[in-house]
Design a protein around this ligand. Structure first.
Ligand SMILES: Nc1ncnc2c1ncn2[C@@H]1O[C@H](COP(=O)(O)OP(=O)(O)OP(=O)(O)O)[C@@H](O)[C@H]1O
Length: 259
């Protein structure tokens, strides 16, 4: 049994022939992506390469024109977003993930309750939320927001808001965390902090991220897939892909705009 099981278990998230067309234009062309369990995997590529489209296909924001998506070997191509989240495939950095006028602690408690499948009408009930206090505080400590527990999300500085988003994502106990440009809009200091937080959060789980900041990608990723014009042109470690002539020319050409 060992061998077969190992082969199946190495890829937690996979696509086969994943394709997306927008009125005749092929934004993603027959992409075979294989994300290994327990790794940090980055999707990079010049502007317009199709990164967001792949990401939106994986997280069910878009429906593929053709191809399949597998999660733990199961074909999830037609499974709804809500049920893939229940299975542990969780997308972070959706604006809606955080309630601006709730405190840091309340936001995390709501996420914890959501994980338990609690009825939405109940989320204001103090008694019900109180049972999540200890776990909420653990998560808040883990993302370095202990001092800001009682602050509302809207009061937090940008980098701290991102840390809160990570806490609410972790509350859902994801097996695979999908991060959409986690460094977008962050200053240098916050980039270091959020980077470290992603590294720490990746322990015991899998992370797939779309990220433009190549030094962050180099620092965090075990594997990188490089997209250009909807196709994967290279895959490997940062050392490998950054020396690939096709990757170099894709990035050099990107400054001159190909659309
Ligand atoms: N809804 C849409 N309708 C039509 N074309 C689209 C749509 N979404 C994306 N595209 C096109 O598909 C291509 C890939 O876009 P996508 O946003 O996936 O690229 P990206 O690699 O994420 O780019 P960026 O780095 O600029 O975010 C682009 O040419 C874009 O114009």
């Amino acid at each position: 049994m060992g061998e077969v099981y190992e082969l199946v278990s190495t890829a937690i998230l996979e696509t086969r022939g994943l394709t997306k067309q927008f009125s005749g234009f092929t934004a993603v062309k027959s992409v075979d992506l294989s994300v290994k369990e327990g790794t940090i995997h980055a999707l990079i590529g010049p502007n317009g390469a199709g990164k967001s489209t792949v990401f939106n296909l994986l997280t069910k924001f878009l429906v593929p024109t053709s191809g399949q998506i597998f999660y733990r070997g199961e074909d999830i191509t037609s499974v709804e977003a809500a049920s893939i989240a229940q299975r542990g495939l969780v997308r972070s950095f959706q604006i809606s993930a955080v309630f601006p006028h709730l405190s840091v602690r309340e936001n995390v408690r709501v996420a914890l309750q959501r994980k338990r499948g609690g009825c939405f009408d109940f989320w204001r009930s103090e008694k019900i939320l109180d049972q999540y206090n200890d776990r909420a505080d653990e998560l808040i400590d883990a993302v370095g927001l202990s001092e800001f527990r009682t602050h509302t999300a809207v009061e937090l500085a940008y980098g701290r808001k991102r840390a809160l988003e990570i806490a609410t994502t972790l509350a859902l106990e994801p097996n695979v965390m999908l991060l959409d440009e986690p460094m977008a809009g962050l200053g240098r200091e916050d980039i270091g902090r959020i980077s470290a937080l992603i590294k720490q959060s990746a322990k015991g789980r899998t992370v797939l991220m779309v990220e433009h900041n190549l030094s962050v990608v180099a620092d965090l990723s075990d594997t990188i897939s490089v997209l250009q014009r909807g196709e994967i042109i290279a895959e490997g470690t940062y050392a490998e892909v950054s020396q690939n002539p096709q990757v170099i020319s894709a990035y050099m050409g990107s400054g001159h705009g190909h659309h």
